[in-house]
Design a protein around this ligand. Sequence first.
Ligand SMILES: Nc1ncnc2c1ncn2[C@@H]1O[C@H](COP(=O)(O)OP(=O)(O)OP(=O)(O)O)[C@@H](O)[C@H]1O
Length: 276
Amino acid sequence: MSAPATQIMTDTPATQSAPILTLSDVTVQFGGLKACNGVTAQVQRGELFALIGPNGAGKTSLVNAITGVYQPNPGAVVDYTDAGGTTHSLLGRKPHQVVRMGLSRTFQNLGLFPQLSLLDNMMLGRYIHQRGGVFASGFRTRRAVKEEVEARAAVERVMDLLEISHLRFEPVGDLPYGLQKRIELGRVLAMEPDLLLLDEPMAGMTVEEKLDVVRFIYEIRAELDVTVLLIEHDMAVVMSIADRVLALNFGEPIALGTPAEVQQTPAVVEAYLGAE
Ligand SMILES: Nc1ncnc2c1ncn2[C@@H]1O[C@H](COP(=O)(O)OP(=O)(O)OP(=O)(O)O)[C@@H](O)[C@H]1O
């Protein structure tokens, strides 16, 4: 039997700055199954926070509860604190409203339009910011033109950062899988998120492609001032790049702390050995 999560959880002083995401007692339930159960954690602005756990541990369900796809049980707190310091509850909000507030995510499966060019896929990520609507675009109002210019500039910045500008007119369906994953990351970055939630961005990649993604994650944080919540199965990657890690197993939070602390937690060792 594992020790209760509260006994083994620690929080390091170095990461106790301003929270961007506050979770308290978050439970997501499907019938009798608690996909995640009583998760309490804070993500600090600017940190790289990783969410780990064996298959079916509840990682995606937790991210779904944050991003408005699922509603957690009553009593849960899911708060986002914006750059100005104002805290907003995310409970009851629809996914598109959560994106507009500054939280964008990638999915395990690619969400790209294969027949469209890389550039068009990236521009689609920007519609979330366009308030002028179809009428305004059709009649080229000042606002529509301004929004289009801003969108193009944001997309160009992201394409440069991810080193994909030269592929802008290629249909994304013709590009290798590793590049498609990078484009999906770009599409989400073009939304200019404050908190970026990455659901297994390296799944199915070669070692070299994974190293590229790690490099881009570092650059994204440094250049775009984005906080990252990362779900990733590759422990070597997580343990070398995360500031802090939350481990789940069968929906239960079993450890929260620095990579070194989490790695040494018996419940984590047990969960991973048991999963092999
Ligand atoms: N929509 C749903 N309806 C019923 N059960 C679900 C649903 N979504 C997830 N589950 C169950 O909840 C549990 C947690 O699933 P979840 O996908 O959140 O885990 P995960 O840690 O993201 O797994 P993986 O690493 O395999 O993606 C699993 O038992 C899963 O079968």
